[in-house]
Every structure is written in structure tokens, then in C-alpha cells.
Design a protein around this ligand. Sequence first.
Ligand SMILES: Nc1ncnc2c1ncn2[C@@H]1O[C@H](COP(=O)(O)OP(=O)(O)OP(=O)(O)O)[C@@H](O)[C@H]1O
Ligand SMILES: [Mg+2]
Length: 137
Amino acid sequence: MARLSHPALEAWGEALGRELRAPRVVTLAGEVGAGKTTLVQAICRGYGVHDAVTSPTFALVHEYAGAVTPVYHLDLYRLRDRRDLLHLGWDELMSASAIVLVEWPERAGDEIPTDAMRIVLSHVADRDDVRDLEAHG
Ligand SMILES: Nc1ncnc2c1ncn2[C@@H]1O[C@H](COP(=O)(O)OP(=O)(O)OP(=O)(O)O)[C@@H](O)[C@H]1O
Ligand SMILES: [Mg+2]
């Protein structure tokens, strides 16, 4: 567990992005405004993505060109049910030769691969400038 300022969180994400090797699924949990998209943007920079990285709110998934493989960025906040996962091509995404970054993974329940890296971000009481970060796997 680490308590990170905004620049520290970005540096952590960029370092992770430099280390990631496809295929890899990374989930980013945490409430609205916790910093999931901020961290996705940093991971993508570290992985060599030059495209603009924006939250795929309505499309549910965005694809970016990384230096070595694509990056798929999913935001499942608006996921309604399992049929939406099917329409996304969930099984193909989870086994793609790519980096797959998933915001709101809890929406997919037990469909998240068990070997995914799981990151949890949380607000800190009375502190708007830092976030607590936990990472497993
Ligand atoms: N230490 C910090 N780490 C990350 N973000 C921070 C930090 N301190 C302040 N912020 C701010 O918190 C906000 C995080 O927004 P972001 O869109 O990344 O959250 P999110 O978890 O993706 O939210 P959503 O659930 O709406 O997708 C940004 O405005 C960012 O500037
Ligand atoms: Mg977001």
C-alpha cells in the first residue's frame, strides 16, 4: 500500500507501463474520481502509447497502439449485463496478445481472469491531493 501525490501516482504508472509485457490484464478499481483513468494514462505513456487516452465511457473499450502491442482500455461503469460483455468480445480481449486495462472491474464479476494484476485506488479522508494505491498480482 502506498499513499501517492498526483505526480507520484503518474510516475508509478509510467514505471509499471515500462515493465508490462503482453499478454497482461490489469484491473483498476476505486470509486468515481479515485484516479483510475489518470493511472491508465500514465501506464499507457510508459508502454509507449502516443495516442490520446480518454475514458471509453460510451464505447466501453478503446484501442491504442503501444510500441509493441495494442492496449485495450475498458471502462465497465455502464455495463448492463453479461450480454454487453459478449458484445465487447470479452473472451477475445482477455486472451489477446495485448495489454488490457479495465476500469470498474467489479462490473464484470468473476469474469476477470484470476491471474490479472489488481490495482485498487482510494480517496484519503480530508486529503484531495493524494490517493492510496494497492496492487496485487
Ligand atoms: N494523487 C492523485 N492521484 C490521482 N488523481 C488525483 C490525485 N490527486 C488529485 N487527483 C485528481 O483526481 C481526479 C481523478 O480523476 P480520474 O478521471 O482519473 O478518476 P477515475 O477513477 O477514472 O474516475 P471515474 O470513475 O469517473 O472514471 C483528477 O481530477 C486528478 O487530477
Ligand atoms: Mg475513469
